[in-house]
Design a protein around this ligand. Structure first.
Ligand code: ADP
Length: 575
């Protein structure tokens, strides 16, 4: 409610107390349990941020809207409730839209609330300040887009946005609020009556018992069954049921990268160390919150057994058959589906043939032995290799299992994913479904803000550059984030020679540890694995912003990491 002394209230000469769009928005956010807003202020939303902060909502101010949006998306993933990103009109909105689209692709719930310019000017294209039809621009990039046209609809608009983002397959929702609506004054009683709190934002969706039985029969008849855990399973927070099902059946499983830690990576049933063999040979595959997209080779042979049958558990019915025939679709939320599977499978009905178990463990032992040779060679090599730095990081993280790991890059992503085991669910956030760069600092900030636990962001030097300025935000809010830059002086590699006097397109040069000192954080430069380990231990113990620039051999790294095959074939370009 606006205090009587405010000019707006006086202007309308209201006989009773009044409120306005800004107050209604903040009241609606508070009513719906929003604790944090991630954004960048400016016209027309600065006072939304100010009032939110004054009302007890934490406002985390960023340097770029994409980073704020990525933070909101990560907050959504970590809390199972939409994260909120606040942006200004046109350019700020568009910057945030990148993150909204990325969140939608990853099935993370978030709401981007953006101020926008005056409708009567925008719609006639009269050339308003930051003129843009944001609603139309947002629509193709998110799950849904809504616009509020009257202050009395702000509560409704927010409820609709939160509901859409959180329920069914989670995703990003855009909520457009023109400046005039934020400034619109209405009676306080009318405003209060227009707000409501969502009941059960993401209702459970129970599977059909017949579909559950079909899935059980298929799994029971398998000779080489396999479970693939995806980030949908991590998001669903059905940790206990998933563990009980996997352990009671003995099924081998592989985790997708953000599902790592759902069961500890050193679990005896993990087939992660024999992933290729498991995919190539499995005859019945249970997909738990994982899509058969490019990250799983679309389910196509030769990566997969051509006659493999799929059981897919997903909240989105339309996901079924998107790539391969799904022999047993199980539509529902993963918690309810796991409960049903546990209830309806008879004891001993689903088992794992010994031959399959042995095949996997033999191959796994071979792969571990091969990897051990690589790791040993890298452990002490100088100049430092990716795997040298990563082993040092791995050893420190093993003593800090509660730390959140954010990871992006090409080689930095591939090698860290395989080297660093996770022990706890939802503690790894990475480039995700698009394989994007630029999520690093946003995700790290959200993890620190939402959980209060320490965060280690393992970044390729190129990836870090996209959101690197947020180091300032990390220092400003004194967040417990240690950014570890694996700096091989370039995109993929940093050893390409200059051409025509200019650096090669893949070359980068930076002393990242110097950067953080400008904002009051602690910088480390590490040239050996021992230096990496001691810097990381010290930085984690300090629980304060730090950046460790790890100097990696510029010749270490491969073009595009393990997805080099996605580059166009054509004629090889040398530099
Ligand atoms: P990954 O990249 O780890 O393989 P994906 O993002 O491809 O995972 O797949 C996640 C899937 O999980 C999506 O298809 C999404 O619809 C689904 N999903 C998200 N939340 C739930 C839930 N609570 N219950 C069931 N499925 C879910």
């Amino acid at each position: 409610m606006i205090e009587a002394s405010l000019p707006d209230a006086a202007d309308v000469g209201a006989p009773e107390a009044v409120t306005d769009g800004i107050h209604l928005l903040v009241d609606a956010l508070r009513l719906n349990d929003i604790r944090n807003i991630y954004g960048v202020v400016g016209i027309p939303i600065t006072d939304v941020a100010r009032l939110a902060q004054a009302s007890g909502i934490r406002f985390i101010g960023f340097r770029h809207e994409s980073d704020a949006g990525h933070a909101a998306a990560a907050a959504g993933f970590l809390t199972q409730y939409p994260g909120i990103c606040l942006t200004v009109s046109a350019p700020g909105f568009l910057n945030g839209l990148v993150a909204l689209a990325n969140a939608t692709t990853n099935c993370f719930p978030m709401v981007q609330i953006s101020g926008s310019s005056e409708r009567h000017l925008v719609d006639l294209q009269r050339g308003d300040y930051e003129e843009m039809d944001q609603l139309a621009a947002a629509r193709p990039f998110c799950k849904a887009a809504y616009r509020v046209q009257r202050a009395e609809d702000i509560g409704r608009g927010l409820a609709r946005a939160l509901r859409t983002a959180a329920s069914g397959r989670p995703g990003g929702v855009y909520l457009d609020i023109p400046a005039a609506v934020l400034g619109e004054v209405i009676p306080a009683s009318q405003g209060a009556a227009s707000l409501w709190k969502l009941v059960d934002p993401a209702p459970r969706q129970l599977p059909d018992p017949a579909a559950v039985d079909r899935a059980i029969e298929l799994l029971a008849g398998a000779e080489r069954p396999l479970v693939v855990l995806g980030k949908g399973a991590a998001y669903a927070r059905a940790d206990e049921q998933i563990r009980e099902f996997v352990e009671s059946t003995g099924l081998p499983y592989i985790p997708m990268s953000m599902a790592k830690g759902l069961l500890p990576d050193d679990h005896p049933q993990s087939a992660a160390t024999t992933r290729s063999q498991a995919l190539k040979r499995a005859d019945v595959v249970l997909l738990l919150g994982a899509r058969l997209n490019w990250l799983l080779g679309h389910g196509d042979s030769p990566q997969w057994n051509a006659s493999a049958k799929f059981v897919q558990v997903d909240i989105a019915a339309t996901e079924m058959d998107s790539n391969q025939p799904i022999a047993a679709p199980l539509v529902g939320d993963i918690g309810s589906v796991m409960n049903a599977l546990l209830e309806r499978a008879k004891p001993g009905q689903i088992t794992v043939p010994t031959l399959w178990r042995e095949e996997l463990s033999t191959r796994s032992a071979q792969n571990i032995a091969k990897m051990a040779v690589r790791l040993e060679a890298a452990a002490t090599a100088l100049p430092m290799k990716f795997l040298g730095a990563l082993q040092a990081i791995r050893n420190v993280l093993a003593d800090n299992p509660q730390a959140y790991v954010v990871n992006e890059g090409a080689n930095a992503l591939d090698l860290a994913r395989n080297t660093i085991g996770m022990q706890v669910p939802r503690h790894r956030l990475d480039s995700g479904t698009w394989g994007v760069m630029g999520i690093g600092m946003g995700y790290a900030i959200a993890a620190a803000v939402e959980t209060g636990d320490p965060v280690v962001a393992i970044e390729g030097d190129s990836a870090f550059g996209f959101s690197g300025m947020e180091i300032e935000a990390i220092c400003r809010y004194n967040l417990s984030i240690v950014t570890v830059v694996l700096n091989n002086s370039g995109v993929y590699k940093g050893d390409a020679p200059a051409v025509g006097g200019d650096p090669a397109p893949t070359v980068l040069r930076a002393r990242h540890e110097v950067m953080i000192t400008a904002f009051g954080g602690k910088g480390y430069r590490a040239t050996t694995p021992d230096e990496v380990a001691s810097a990381l231990r010290e930085a984690l113990a300090a629980r304060a912003p730090a950046l460790i620039d790890c100097i990696i051999d510029p010749s270490d790294g491969t073009k595009s990491g393990n997805i080099a095959h996605l580059n166009p074939k054509g004629i090889t370009v040398q530099h």
